[in-house]
Design a binder for this molecule. Sequence first.
Ligand code: BGC
Length: 738
Amino acid sequence: MHYFSASATATLTVLSAAALTQALSTWDAAYEKAQESLQSLTQDEKAGIVSGVTWEGGPCVGNTYAPKSIAYPSLCLQDGPLGIRFANPVTVFPAAINAGATWDRELIRARGAAMGAESKGLGVHVQLAPVAGALGKIPSAGRNWEGFGSDPYLSGIAMQEAIEGMQGSGVQACAKHYILNEQEHGRDSMSSNIDDRTMHELYLWPFYDAVKANVASVMCSYNKINGTWACENEAVLNGLLKEELGFRGYVMSDWNAQHSTVESANTGMDMTMPGSDFNQPPGSIYWDSNLVEAVANTSVSQDRLDDMVTRILAAWYLLEQDEGYPEVAFSSWNGGKASVDVTANHGDVARTIARDSIVLLKNENQTLPLKNPASLAIIGSDAIVNPDGANACTDRGCNKGTLAEGWGSGTAEFPYLIAPLDGIQKRVASNGTKIVTSTTDDATAGAEAAAGADMAIVFITSDSGEGYITVENNAGDRNDLNPWHDGNALVKAVAAVNTKTIVVVHSSGPVILETILQQPNVVAVVFAGLPGQESGNALADVLYGDVSPSGKLPYTIGQSEEDYGITWVKDGANDDFSEGLFIDYRHFDQNEIAPRYEFGFGLSYTRFNFSGIQVNVDATSGPATGAVGVGGAADLYEVVGTVSLVVTNIGDVAGAEVAQLYLGFPDTAPATPPKQLRGFQKLALEPSANGDVEIELRRRDISYWDVAQQQWVVPTGTFDVYVGASSRDIRLTGTFTV
Ligand code: BGC
């Protein structure tokens, strides 16, 4: 990993150690142990293992009943996707959307491994992450930042790496939210109505990777799917997940996403969380003793209950949690103070990911990296930590001070938070730059501070989160894609008086930047996402050129919200997913709409040349017909070819490039998007160095879902191969014919 500075290389050595995969048992061995343990359990104990003890009934956000007859604990289930919720100290990693923006498999895995180690250290058995739903078809949707980006292939690879990292550290992962929970408005009443092909090629795709990675559990979501609740949906749970994908772990409900005793049991749900229901009516308990009764009156079979228990026990054995697993070391409900410190050196992991996820969007006249300007104005409330404290708002449900996480259950408590101003001040301590600040979003004050300075950095935000909290009138989903706190006015005022204005954006998703880009004095734009506790240090690393930016957008930044072609459904209506396969760049490409910054885009301080493409694919057309194993038909994962090329660093400084492979399918696969991501590789290169890229294509990567055959089918005909530095900056092309 030679694109890191000396200190970063040290970080990475530790990362690889953390990422080492602990020997996992196999599903077969785990099932054998589970089936044996099952024999000792009473009916009540079985019902207890599959039922939550009610909300706040134990130390974790989810807890099950411990049986007496076997040595099996009250399972502790805890959020979440960027760190361990309601506990301290823990590490607040960059959000998954930033992990996705690194396009770096090793870092995504290392992040998972470090989070998994913290979970295990705290006695958490099941970490409620990672997230592939929402996938992010709606650019304003509140929880997109909990996942890895708006492309199923990128999300799928990230799910695999995250799960292998987490489970390698010994904690059970939970792939969520299954499925089609694409927005917060109306999430627990609306139906996501979808056609079979779109379901497979977009939304189910990353769950294939999750299952293939041996994920222990899957969380069914709040919404309905084609009219039936996700947590009692035969087609989706028993059909897709357990039969087609060969999932051997267990399905838990999202918190209160269960709506029935019998249907949920018979359609494939295996664990109810948190055991009591907040809403319908409050205090309802669907399982526990009610499940015992349902088995007694044969509306649920004994086999089904035994299957639920076996799956849950097997996952526990799979992760070897039967061997000396730590006790739960905190309580979510009393401030979360842990009796152990599990953070190790994970701050370094967080900083590396935060740094490598920064996407440089614009850099005129090589404004960046900074060359020790005599004076620098730092402007905006996002430059400093919330004066009330980094954790002042519950579940980060406010946008005050620098934005480093979104809000909702997918958050954690900052052990510390390095704001941009802190990170920059550390740098200037030794180089004499005079810092002038205006740390509110007041445009007049900002302009005053910026007027006399050599350069100005304006910090703006756009925030979103989970729908149970409304922030500045945004009920989870963002009301629009504009900067918050009138960031456009702030940038305009500063750029009117300072000819070298740099804009830094902290955001949970795409932001419309048109007003900002129209200011001739805005010479650079840095998109830093939701970088977690090391925000300011990571930003300074990039601003000062210790490392070249290497993040790439995991979604499209359009010129307007309308350009995404997505109808965001409000007021309790259902979503018919009428855009089908055409979300994000697939939509922009298909309709020839120019994005402002396309999917996969990101600048560097150096330049790269792509050469020598070789396409070598040897596949037979037709359906995948292999036996279904964990992850689906075995032959879906057969490598059918490679695309190789050489990337050369032709600039003056070290940097990293992401070679991105997109495929255009032949017309025999009807109405397929013009380009679809089907491979990527990140390369770190010193100046003048060459790097070999070899991307493997699996049978699945060249297949489409044939609705009539109900199979993944490799079409006949000629595929177009595009390799480039983004979805539109295509540098090399080729073809192969099946
Ligand atoms: C969220 C889940 C979370 C659960 C437990 C729900 O509101 O949708 O993602 O894991 O709460 O906190």
